[in-house]
Write a protein of this length. Sequence first.
Length: 202
Amino acid sequence: MATMGRPRTFDRDKAIDDAMHLFWQHGYESTSLAQLKAAINSGISAPSFYAAFGSKEALFRECVQRYLATYGQVTEFLWDRRLSPREAVETTLRSSAKMQFDPRHPPGCMVALGTMSATSAEHADVVEPLARSRNRTSEGILSAFQRAVASGELKKETDVTTLAMLFTTFLFGISIQARDGASLDRLNSAITQIMQLWDASV
């Protein structure tokens, strides 16, 4: 009779969350296997780690998917047609800022910061989902401006490409401000200011 394998002694969902926070804080390259194993259930053996996750790369991919399905949802307002284009963009900016300054997890955005320490060409495929997510957000902001022009909310001569790039740069820049200790109140004031650029094109 075949013997049963030894049951896992850790909560896999919690392990993904713990690992995600480490990658979020330190990036892919700077997070070591030792840190990951120490964070999971107060230390998981190497054989158990590889049995559960396969590799550091595979674990990172799972963490990225967990992040995009949870914290990363703050940008989904960009595709909510129940909101006006202006509301969609402003809600995205304010929701993203609120999430990134939440003290219950590392500051900043994993999508914006996750590739900063993965500079080696060999890791390009690992962080590709983050780049794809950033591109989708950029396209969502541009689409909001295009929708505003099409509906008459903005002037037809509005340079939507340049404005979308400006707002996208601002959104991703929130991560640096969060990491550097800026206040959420100050960020919200900055959001109020940048939205005046939208109003100037009405």
